[in-house]
Design a protein around this ligand. Structure first.
Ligand SMILES: Nc1nc2c(ncn2[C@@H]2O[C@H](COP(=O)(O)OP(=O)(O)OP(=O)(O)O)[C@@H](O)[C@H]2O)c(=O)[nH]1
Ligand SMILES: [Mg+2]
Length: 387
C-alpha cells in the first residue's frame, strides 16, 4: 500500500506538454526520471495528437464544377440537385457567377413561363406558411409540381422565417413533387427580387407548374411580389371589428383575392363576418386585374375543403384571364418593368462607383446639407462629372 504521505510533493502548477511527456517516456514532468517503474507514479500523460498525422478524417469531396451544358441539361431534366445549384449561382454576387447564371437563364428561357405564379402575403403570423404547407400537399396529391419560394429581405438579418418554415413545412418538404427554397439573402429588396424572379424562371424550366411565393406583409415587399406573380393572395386575420383600420388600402388594391384565415373553431363566425365586411369595401375599389372581380373568402389550414375552394378561385382566375389575354399581357408588362428596374439599378450602381463621383460626392453632400447648393443643381453637377 502506498500512503499519501510517501508521495513526493507535487509542484503547484505542473506544466505538462506533449513534448516533455514524450521526453519522460509518457510521464508528467514532475515525476522523477528514475521512477518510471515506480507504481506510485502510475499516472501517464498521453502524447498529444498531431492534427497532421492523426487518422485522416474523410475530406469533404469537392463538388464537381458544373459547366453551362450541365446546368441546362440538369434543369431541363428536372434534376433537383442541379436546379438548387443553379439557383445558388443566380443568387451569387460574384461577377463570374453572374455571367454564367445569365447564360444558363438565356438557355432555359424558351422553357419557362408554363406555370401559375401565386404570391401570398399577410402580416407575420397570419398563417401563410401553414396554409402553403396544407395547400401544397393537396396540390401535390392532384399531380401538380410545386415550388415554394420566399421573398423576405429581412431574412439575411433575422435568419429568415422560411428557414424555420422549411422545418415547419415538414409534410410538404418530404413530397418529391414539391421544392421549397428559402429567401435569398440579398440585403436590398431589389436584390432579393431580382434573384427571386430568376429563380421562378429556373423552377419553371425544371417543370414546376405551380409557383407559390410567400412574402411578409411589411413595407414594399407586397408591391415587389405583385410585380412577379400572376395572382396575388392576401391572407387576413379577423380582429375585433377593426379589421380595416390597420389594413393598408394599397395592399387590398393590388390583391386578386382576400382570404380571412384561421376560420375554424370559435373563430369561424368572426372570420365570416370579417369577410363580409371586406367584400363591402371591395365593391368600392378598382380590381387589381382587368376582367376579374377581387373577392374575399374565408379559409383554414385545418379544413381541406376551404383550401380546395381557394384553389378553385385561382384556377378560375387563370382560365378567365388567359382567355381574355390579361394573363399574358401582365407577364409582358412585368418583363418590361423588370428590364427598366434592372437598367435603373445598374445605372445607379455604375454612377456611385464612378471615381469622379466618389471624389466629388462628400463635398457636394455637405453643400446641399448646409443649403449652399440646391439639390437639383448638385445632382446635375455629379451627373455631368460622371459623363
Ligand atoms: N387555428 C388555426 N391556426 C393556424 C392556422 N394557420 C396557422 N395557424 C397558426 O398560426 C401561427 C402562425 O402560422 P404561420 O403559418 O407560421 O404564419 P406565417 O404567416 O407564415 O408567419 P410568418 O412567416 O412569421 O410571417 C402558427 O402557430 C400556426 O399553427 C389555421 O388555419 N387555423
Ligand atoms: Mg411564414
Amino acid at each position: 500500500m502506498t500512503s499519501h504521505s510517501e508521495t513526493p510533493a507535487r509542484p503547484k502548477h505542473p506544466s505538462v506538454s506533449p513534448e516533455c511527456a514524450c521526453a519522460a517516456g509518457g510521464l508528467p514532468d514532475w515525476v522523477p526520471a528514475e521512477s518510471a517503474d515506480d507504481p506510485r507514479f502510475a499516472c501517464r500523460v498521453m502524447p498529444g495528437v498531431d492534427p497532421g498525422a492523426a487518422s485522416p478524417r474523410p475530406k469533404p469531396t469537392k463538388r464537381r464544377k458544373l459547366e453551362l451544358g450541365d446546368y441546362v441539361d440538369g434543369i431541363l431534366t428536372g434534376d433537383i440537385t442541379i436546379l438548387s445549384r443553379a439557383i445558388t449561382l443566380v443568387e451569387s454576387n460574384r461577377p463570374e457567377h453572374e455571367a454564367l447564371a445569365q447564360q444558363v437563364l438565356t438557355s432555359v428561357l424558351p422553357h419557362t413561363g408554363k406555370s401559375v405564379r401565386v404570391g401570398i402575403t399577410g402580416v407575420p403570423g397570419a398563417g401563410k406558411s401553414t396554409l402553403i404547407e396544407a395547400l401544397g400537399c393537396l396540390l401535390c396529391e392532384r399531380g401538380h409540381r410545386l415550388a415554394v419560394l420566399a421573398v423576405d429581405p429581412s431574412s439575411s438579418v433575422t435568419g429568415g422565417s422560411i428557414l424555420g418554415d422549411k422545418t415547419r413545412m415538414e409534410n410538404l418538404v418530404r413530397r418529391p413533387r414539391a421544392y421549397i427554397r428559402p429567401s435569398p439573402s440579398g440585403g436590398s429588396l431589389g436584390g432579393v427580387a431580382r434573384k427571386s424572379r430568376e429563380t421562378i424562371l429556373l423552377c419553371e424550366a425544371a417543370g414546376f407548374d405551380t409557383i407559390l411565393v410567400e412574402t411578409v406583409g411589411v413595407g414594399q415587399n407586397e408591391v415587389t411580389v405583385r410585380s412577379m406573380v400572376d395572382f396575388f393572395l392576401l391572407i387576413m386575420l379577423s380582429g375585433a371589428g377593426d379589421e380595416l383600420q390597420g389594413m393598408k388600402k394599397g395592399v387590398i388594391e393590388i390583391a386578386d383575392l382576400l382570404a380571412v384565415n384561421k376560420a375554424d373553431g370559435d373563430n369561424e363566425t368572426r372570420a365570416k363576418l370579417a369577410a363580409a365586411e371586406y367584400r363591402r369595401v371591395l365593391d368600392f375599389l378598382q380590381p387589381a386585374t382587368p376582367g376579374w372581380k377581387t373577392g374575399c373568402t374565408t379559409c383554414s389550414a385545418l379544413i381541406p375543403s376551404t383550401l380546395t375552394a381557394l384553389w378553385e378561385r385561382v384556377e378560375e382566375f387563370a382560365g378567365i384571364t388567359r382567355a381574355s389575354g390579361a394573363f399574358d399581357e401582365r407577364r409582358r408588362q412585368q418583363s418590361v418593368e423588370w428590364l427598366h428596374a434592372m437598367v435603373e439599378e445598374e445605372l445607379r450602381n455604375r454612377f456611385f462607383r464612378d471615381p469622379k463621383v466618389r471624389h466629388l460626392l462628400p463635398d457636394i453632400e455637405r453643400q446641399v446639407a448646409s443649403n449652399k447648393l440646391p439639390p437639383a443643381t448638385a445632382a446635375h453637377r455629379l451627373l455631368d462629372a460622371a459623363g
